[in-house]
Design a binder for this molecule. Sequence first.
Ligand SMILES: *Cc1c(COP(=O)(O)O)cnc(C)c1O
Length: 380
Amino acid sequence: MERIYLDNAATARLSRQALAAMLPFWEGEQGNPSSLHSYARESRKAMEAARGKIAGILGAKPQEIFFTSGGSEGNNLLLRGSIEANGKKGRHVITSAVEHPSVLGTLQDMMQRGQIELTILPVDEYGQVSVSSLKEALRPDTVLVSIMTANNEVGTLEPVDEIGTICKENGSIFHSDGVQAVGHIPVDVKESKLGLLSLSAHKFHGPRGVGAVYIQSDTAVHPLITGGEQEHHLRAGTQNVPGIVGMAEALAEAMEEYPAVHARLQSFQSKLVQAVLSNVPNSRLTGHPTERLPGTVSFLFDGVSTDELLAMLDMNGIAASAGSACTAGSHQPSHVLSAMGLLNSAHKAPLRLSMSRYTTEDEVNKVIAILPDIIARLRG
Ligand SMILES: *Cc1c(COP(=O)(O)O)cnc(C)c1O
């Protein structure tokens, strides 16, 4: 059976171009970038070229980009590290109810340890944070505001440009979890007045286990992993040079292809949404109708169990997920949909279909053909 992969928001396949760029760095002798011989110089050169490439795409300076092991580490580093380093401003932190667990869980952990005071902003039915509620919540001692660029469960885009301006006026650091956005839509750290941004390679067809953070030059951040001089003492440990090279290649490729891919995914998305909403009774689209990622479509179906729906789709060769892979199996209702006020009655099954530039129209048509039948069978 031909299988259809629609779980790209959980992890996306490695691009061939990224793989090809990485291969020479897996084979033969490889210098540690911190050593002093010619092998090391070659590793260092490749790593710094990757840093420059990523910085250029984000509108940052190379010295503002630091390599990590991925999105979760990046968020932990930026949140814990910036709050600790900027205690003079205060200990009040603002975030939203729809953040990824690596942000929400980290801030809740810090709150439970008595390290911060935390305000969690509500969102509207589309999953968007209101700018006026942010303005009301800001205090002179608000050290940090953390609002994601794009939501991983429903695909909603947050008003980060406006939020950045408001944070700047208040002298608060603005962090954005950009893991779902970078490589999918243009992200410019200057335009959004970002102090801190995290990204992860495997969400844009780069390798797993590697990511980067942007730290604006004048923003102090303490390290999380100490004991080495790498990354200007910000992140100790030998850098993953092949991963870093693959990440930069994947990001450059994603942004080169962005205009065509964006148009294609938007047409797939409208087709999918229109077909599902008109062929499946008691279904709704979740997330913002227009301010959303091009490839992420999310629905809510009444009277169906998510586990059964995902199992049935899988039996038919379609890989999808309920919303977030990170909470799969926990059987907790989605904190994102709850915050959006959409889980007020039982038996609502969320379904996230996340496409990529490898998704074909044929695949979309197959899903459209099969999904209404599956839902009807599960309801019957
Ligand atoms: C996947 C994801 C993360 C975590 O990234 P990893 O590289 O898997 O640790 C963080 N935030 C968002 C929004 C994500 O989608």
